[in-house]
Design a protein around this ligand. Structure first.
Ligand SMILES: Nc1ncnc2c1ncn2[C@@H]1O[C@H](COP(=O)(O)OP(=O)(O)OP(=O)(O)O)[C@@H](O)[C@H]1O
Ligand code: SF4
Ligand SMILES: [Mg+2]
Length: 324
């Protein structure tokens, strides 16, 4: 594996709301190496999108606020960069495919306008119009959209959901980013289309050796797409490591619950194997945030926060069961 590309260290985020402060991210650690395909799994509301918004510096603020942490991109802290420098990274060196492709595209501009703007903005030197158009066509061909000329002239509403998501993938990859963040890129698509879009995305990043973070609720997707896995629970990464190892021997009680739930994961949601719900962020549990749901909880678990430490090799877990 290559050098560390992205290194999120001890990231804390809170949202100020009418009732008080939602303490959402609670010290997130996550790193991605060059060429690595990372799967980030966790149930709805655990903070996956919030973490990625911090990486791109697009967290709405207010209400959001990063209170602690570092996000190193090739060793430099994105959170300390001046806005101009962040602009050179966002959309060019790191790009993101959002959960909802309809929301990501502007309904009043054609696909061509939007895709060509991204290509123009993303290229390091200014390109002639003809070249930009050719690149747009090539980008649409790469995501296997038929009749690219017609698609360039279309408005988002004239395309199906699957086609729109392919356009978003084309946009995100058109600038040849070093890191692609794919946030549940197929949630709103039909199951059969989901599969096709994921396969396509996987083939494209593999060919280019792009580092990727795949965000998903589905362990099945992780199994197919990722070579490294992180599991998130209520604002913390609670386990991480090489995929084979994590599937062979999940360590954290929450991850074990998820794995038990896999056969039942047909649409029912991720947490069926773990009784209870994700906690309230206004007043989250002290110590290990999983302790109210954990069958192994010890007195210490409600008093101290378990650090995220290696158990064997690079397999890390935040749980006192593995720490002396
Ligand atoms: N703009 C906001 N204002 C207030 N609270 C927010 C805001 N955005 C996120 N949150 C809070 O942060 C929590 C985590 O949200 P986030 O979108 O990061 O979760 P997620 O893991 O991406 O979930 P999903 O799988 O549903 O996409 C939410 O439960 C919500 O309480
Ligand atoms: S630290 Fe304690 S409460 Fe948390 S998962 Fe481990 S055993 Fe359970
Ligand atoms: Mg999300």
């Amino acid at each position: 594996m290559g050098d560390v590309l992205l290194d999120i260290r001890d990231l804390y985020v809170e949202f100020k709301v009418y009732e008080g402060k939602l303490k959402v991210l609670n010290g997130v650690f996550l790193s991605v190496r060059e060429g690595q395909r990372v799967g980030l799994v966790g149930e709805a509301g655990c903070g996956k999108t919030t973490t990625m918004k911090c990486v791109l510096r697009i967290l709405p603020s207010p209400p959001g606020r990063i209170t602690e942490g570092e996000i190193l991109f090739r060793g430099e802290d994105i959170l300390q960069m001046p806005p101009r420098k962040v602009q050179l990274i966002r959309g060019r060196r790191i790009s993101m495919i959002f959960q909802d492709p309809t929301a990501a595209l502007n309904p009043v501009f054609t696909i061509g306008d939007q895709l060509m703007t991204v290509i123009r903005y993303g290229s390091r030197n200014s390109l002639p119009k003809k070249e930009i158009r050719q690149r747009a066509i090539k980008a649409l061909q790469e995501v296997q959209l038929p009749d690219p000329e017609r698609i360039l002239a279309s408005y988002p509403i004239q395309l199906s959901g699957g086609m729109r998501q392919r356009v978003c993938i084309a946009m995100a990859l058109s600038t040849e980013p070093e890191l692609l963040i794919a946030d549940e890129p197929t949630t709103n698509l039909d199951v059969t289309i989901q599969d096709q879009v994921l396969r396509l995305l996987n083939a494209l990043v593999e060919r280019r050796n792009t580092s990727v973070i795949f965000i998903t609720h589905s362990l099945g997707v992780v199994r197919e797409m990722a070579d490294w896995v992180y599991v998130m629970y209520a604002g913390n990464i609670i386990e991480g490591g090489p995929k084979e190892e994590l599937f062979r021997e999940p360590l954290h009680p929450y991850t074990r619950g998820l794995m038990r739930a896999v056969p039942k994961l047909t649409g029912g949601g991720i947490a069926e194997g773990v009784p209870g719900r994700i906690p309230d962020y206004l007043d989250p549990p002290s110590g290990c945030r999983f302790h109210p749901r954990c069958e192994h909880a010890m007195p210490r678990c409600s008093q101290e926060k378990p650090p995220f430490l290696p158990v064997t090799g690079e397999h890390r877990v935040a749980c006192f069961l593995y720490q002396g």
